[in-house]
Design a protein around this ligand. Structure first.
Ligand code: SF4
Ligand code: SF4
Length: 93
C-alpha cells in the first residue's frame, strides 16, 4: 500500500510516500534512525505489520521539518532515502 503524508499549499506539494508493503520484511528498518529530525517513525499498522510512517506532529509542516536536509542550493541524496534498502520512500519535492 502507498501511504502519503504531507500537504499542498500555495508554494507546492509536499508529500512523503511510503510503499509499506516493502517495510513488512525490512530488516532493522533503518529509515527512522537515519532521520536527524525525528520525522520518521516505525508504527504498527492496521494489519499488525511494522511499517515506516511520518510522525503526526510533522505531517502539516513537512516542508520545514525536512528543510535542513534540503538546502536551497539543491540536494542529491537524503538520509532517509539513502538508508532505505528497498526504495520504499519517496519525496514529492
Ligand atoms: S528502511 Fe525502507 S523498507 Fe525499511 S521500514 Fe524504512 S521505509 Fe520501510
Ligand atoms: S529529508 Fe531529512 S528530515 Fe526529512 S524525513 Fe528525510 S532524513 Fe528526515
Amino acid at each position: 500500500m502507498l501511504a502519503n503524508y504531507g500537504y499542498t499549499d500555495g508554494s507546492g506539494e509536499y508529500f512523503i510516500t511510503v510503499d509499506t508493503d516493502k517495510c513488512v520484511e525490512c530488516e532493522g528498518r533503518p529509515c527512522a534512525g537515519a532521520c536527524p529530525a525525528g520525522v520518521i517513525e516505525i508504527i504498527t499498522d492496521d494489519y499488525d505489520d511494522q511499517v515506516c510512517a511520518v510522525r503526526d506532529e510533522h505531517r502539516k509542516q513537512i516542508k520545514y521539518s525536512c528543510a535542513p536536509c534540503k538546502p536551497a542550493s539543491g540536494w542529491k541524496t537524503l538520509p532517509c532515502t539513502d538508508a532505505c534498502p528497498h526504495d520504499a520512500l519517496t519525496h514529492s519535492w
